[in-house]
Design a binder for this molecule. Sequence first.
Ligand code: ADP
Ligand code: MG
Length: 247
Amino acid sequence: MLAAQNIHKSFGDHHVLKGASLSVQRGEVVTLIGASGSGKSTFLRCLNLLETPQQGELAIGAHRFKFGTGLRAPDDAKLAALRQNVGMVFQHFNLFPHMTVLGNLTEGPVQVKGMSKPDAEALGRDLLAKVGLADKADAYPSRLSGGQKQRVAIARALAMKPDVMLFDEPTSALDPELVGEVLAVIRSLAAEGMTMVLVTHEMSFAADVSSRVGFMNDGVMAETGTAEEIIRKPSSERLKAFLSRFH
Ligand code: ADP
Ligand code: MG
């Protein structure tokens, strides 16, 4: 479903990603952990080409990209097609503040996919029910709690019917009592077989929900393995040192 190989990304002379690779099978939930600044967000943003790598290869579903000196950057149509296929949820929900909750969900399907408004609204209401917010369709984002906003953001991404969902620390901006409701939605997507890549510091959740875990260190995928190998029984000293901060 997704293969990123030898991804390099620099900002100016700051070499952030130094050959990071990851492959994800259909239906897998892969969690990325690692210290702040290790390149997790940059890597996720490269997966849907919010950032263009300077080097490497990326395959998502039927979309294939190769980056390197002398190669042209992908054109806008190719980028748009890829992004429709990859849903992304950020730490800060980024809802459209001037639209209702339902409006947030119908905007993409109507404007980007050309879906009829009634169809988009029916889909939007289904998705709101799925994230436990059927009664908030007409509310504006400013009236919602952080946990509710994040659940709307997840429903909005799902409305595009992506093949892959990327989550970048989706609970890091939430008050502790609101974390569980968002994790429950992610857990139910995992149970339905949604392919996901998730950056999180919620180690026990990650250990629970992940098919595989990747440990990013200094711009590379330093270790990958099962949750057992990476989180529950880490063997390397650097992984033990990183995880010890979460106990
Ligand atoms: P993480 O998500 O693991 O904390 P990031 O990918 O956000 O790491 O950041 C990795 C490094 O890349 C940091 O040093 C950060 O300052 C730098 N960086 C990220 N995005 C940009 C950008 N748009 N411009 C310049 N530097 C950036
Ligand atoms: Mg980050």
